[in-house]
Write a protein that binds this ligand. Structure first.
Ligand code: NAI
Ligand code: ENO
Length: 354
């Protein structure tokens, strides 16, 4: 059995590299931090993700640099060390092709991709629990050694994730659907707000926040991601262009209302297919709205009271009402625990709406 003993060298101490370092530090694995930007390596070291200098040869190297540089860094690390090498890039075909142009033997390399992140970047955005409960794709290529695949699986599990194995090609098709297209859609929707008057923006509610959150991701990083996956994305974008034409033709025409309902119904059918947290199948959750005073300690009290009811909070949203000294917290729970939750919260003085 291949155990993850360390040291693990992380090249690229940004959001993802530093988060992996922090997750491994929880288990006491020795981590070496390397970055082209010395300030980032220093920052990652200061927040406890590892050390900039480790004298022992790494067992595993994790390349967490932007996708355009992954292939060259993978080839470099294979040449400089006897370690198993993986990367965390959001696309898998291009880094593999780039590395293959630079080195003959890729048996110690296995690509991987943690499916968790943030719209923020750099070591200061890193979190030790970023990958807890997340899915981590492992994408062996034809010559990946089985022990290399096993060690990368250990890395993902040590970081708190559950693993899914896919081919390189299938991975890129999958992320085009579940990550890259949603990102482009979010950016396009958010882009229409740039010139919007403030009087319009002040009507923003949770819907527009949901749709635009991921648009805040680093444009330079996302240019590399979507460009490297252009073939898989092109088909989906053609499909969306066709759907947009259907919407434009149908909008506002009484006789085309059914067409519009069909398109919107497709959205409902697609949305329920997105798996729930921890990769579990989608379950319908019930939401309960609680009004909370905008004062320190209120959220902690609400969570303690929710826990006392026996309900597990599956999801959470907080909405601040402008110009009101209260917030609105939406707790999502399984249908079986909602009655007890409402009863206990009401008993304890919370204003609850279902
Ligand atoms: N941002 C996200 O939510 C996710 C990103 N990823 C992937 O993880 C990788 C890293 O992304 P982030 O951590 O978000 O970016 P980041 O910008 O936070 O960090 C990248 C780090 O790599 C360093 N770097 C760049 N070129 C280098 C080189 N040649 N040698 C050494 N260091 C170098 C930078 O100085 C920076 O510290 C990317 O390949 C991305 O596709 C994967 C999952 C989620
Ligand atoms: O912020 C989110 O919800 C994400 O989905 C983050 C993310 C960004 C890029 C990836 O390659 C994987 C995950």
């Amino acid at each position: 059995m291949t155990e993850l003993r360390g040291p693990v060298r992380i090249v690229g101490a940004g959001l993802i590299g530093t988060s992996i370092g922090l997750a491994l530090a929880r288990l006491g694995v020795v981590v070496e931090l390397v970055d082209a930007d010395p300030d980032n390596a220093l920052m990652a070291e200061r927040i406890g993700a590892g050390s900039r200098l480790v004298q022992i040869e790494p067992q595993l190297v994790v390349v967490a640099v932007p996708p355009d540089h992954v292939g060259e860094v993978v080839a470099e690390q294979l040449a400089q060390t006897g370690a198993i090498v993986t990367d965390a890039a959001s696309v898998k075909s291009k880094p593999l092709a780039d590395a293959a142009r630079l080195t003959g033997d890729l048996s110690r390399y296995v690509g991987s991709h943690p499916m968790a992140g943030s719209e923020r970047n750099g070591p200061l955005a890193a979190r030790a629990d970023l990958f807890d409960g997340a899915t981590w794709a492992i994408t062996p290529h034809e010559t990946s050694a089985p022990e290399a695949v096993e060690l990368v699986r250990r890395l993902a599990e040590a970081s708190g994730a559950r693993t899914v194995e896919l081919s390189v090609e299938d991975h890129d098709l999958a992320v085009a659907r579940v990550s890259h297209l949603p990102h482009l859609m979010s950016a396009l929707a958010a882009g229409t707000l740039v010139d919007a008057p403030n009087s319009h923006l002040q009507l923003s509610g949770q819907g527009v926040r949901d749709v635009t959150r991921i648009a805040a991701g680093d444009p330079k990083l996302w240019t590399q991601i979507v460009s490297a996956n252009s073939a898989a994305l092109a088909g989906l974008l053609e499909q969306i262009r066709g759907e947009l034409d259907r919407v434009l033709v149908a909008l506002g025409k009484e006789e085309a209302a059914e067409e519009l309902t069909t398109i919107l119904g497709q959205g409902v059918s697609g949305a329920v297919r997105v798996p729930g947290k921890h990769g579990a199948p989608h379950i319908d959750l019930v939401t309960v709205l609680v009004t909370i005073p905008d004062r320190p300690g209120q959220l902690a009290r609400l969570f303690a009271d929710a826990a006392a009811s026996g309900a597990n909070v599956e999801d959470l949203r907080i909405d601040h009402s402008p110009a009101r000294p209260v917030g609105e917290v939406e707790l999502a729970v399984k249908p079986g625990s909602v009655d007890q939750l409402v009863e206990v919260l009401t008993e304890r003085g919370w204003v609850v709406h279902r």
